[in-house]
Design a protein around this ligand. Structure first.
Ligand SMILES: C[S@@+](CC[C@H](N)C(=O)[O-])C[C@H]1O[C@@H](n2cnc3c(N)ncnc32)[C@H](O)[C@@H]1O
Length: 282
């Protein structure tokens, strides 16, 4: 679907490897069967986003065939007890896209959890009476302007949690929230609605370096939910500007990423280097 660039490899310490290469070919070349514990990724959604290189506007069946082929390769490299977190959104005029993608994945994986990534939310005080922290009606997160009268603002995306068996045990309390009930202490499961607002990422030239990133907290929460103590290697086949790799560096787990675009790779390398420069990294 895109021109395959000359392969380039960027290594940070022993644990972080980024390949400027098509993910399908890259996985075949560099990854052993079953060696990946967690895949966290957000592929192109085929909604006409203006990427530098990738054409995000192809016939739907062609797009789904392409993604399904990649999923088969993801299944090969994923451990039998691994987790595959697939973030997909649609657009108001085509809300079926994530569900069409999930339907293709269904042939190869078990859908163990459906998580809703909530990017913005409004809470009215009258519905939050038992929560003293909410003092009035609030709207948090970024609301993208929407034109026309047909559609609602689209403030959520899916994170499909696929596994091979549907029986992978998770570390729910690693991303748990405090118990609200005063009689109980500790944490409880946060459930499948995750409010994570966008971060602002600007380049030195004050331009957005990539048109569709997810926040670092998203891969971080996925990896912790799978279980940090059983995660040695994470894969992001559609790495963009390296958000999953930044999360892995923060969590001190290994990561392999693929990206076909030199400019996005350059930003990913800069972000990782900035993290290293700010920490003792080995
Ligand atoms: C939705 S973006 C991922 C953004 C990423 N999650 C981040 O936060 O930076 C999808 C990315 O996939 C890349 N891409 C498209 N086709 C690819 C392929 N065959 N192999 C590797 N990367 C690809 C695009 O260039 C784009 O940067």
């Amino acid at each position: 679907m895109s021109d395959i660039p000359v392969e380039k490899v960027y290594r940070f310490g022993k644990k972080v490897v980024l390949y400027l290469e098509d993910c399908y070919l890259g996985m075949q070349k560099y990854l052993k069967t079953g060696e990946v514990d967690v895949v966290v990724t957000s592929p192109p959604y085929n909604i006409g986003i203006q990427y530098n290189k990738y054409n995000d506007n192809v016939p739907k069946e062609e797009y789904l065939d392409w993604l399904e082929n990649i999923a088969v390769e993801i299944k090969r490299v994923l451990a039998d007890d691994g987790s595959f977190f697939l973030n997909v959104g649609g657009k108001p005029s085509d809300p079926w896209i994530p569900l069409d993608v999930a339907e293709r994945m269904r042939k190869h994986f078990v859908l163990q959890n459906v998580i809703h990534w909530v990017k913005s939310i409004a809470i009215e005080k009258k519905f939050a009476e038992n929560c003293s922290a909410i003092e009035g009606d609030i709207a948090v997160g970024h609301y993208k302007p929407i034109s026309g009268k047909r559609f609602l603002h689209d403030n959520h995306e899916y994170i499909f949690h696929f596994t091979k068996t549907g029986k992978v045990e998770l570390d729910r309390l690693a991303i748990g929230v405090p118990c609200q009930d005063e009689s109980s202490v500790g944490k409880r499961c946060r459930g499948n609605t995750w409010f994570i607002p966008y971060e602002t990422i600007w380049s030195r030239e004050k331009q957005r370096p990539h048109p569709s990133t997810f926040p670092v907290a998203l891969p971080e929460m996925c990896i912790k939910l799978h279980g940090l103590n059983k995660t040695k290697l994470v894969l992001d086949p559609f790495m963009g500007i390296g958000t999953t790799a930044v999360a892995c560096m923060r969590l001190n787990v290994g990561v392999v990423g693929f990206e076909i675009d030199e400019e996005y790779m350059k930003t990913a390398v800069e972000r990782l280097q900035a993290f290293i420069d700010s920490k003792d990294f080995c």
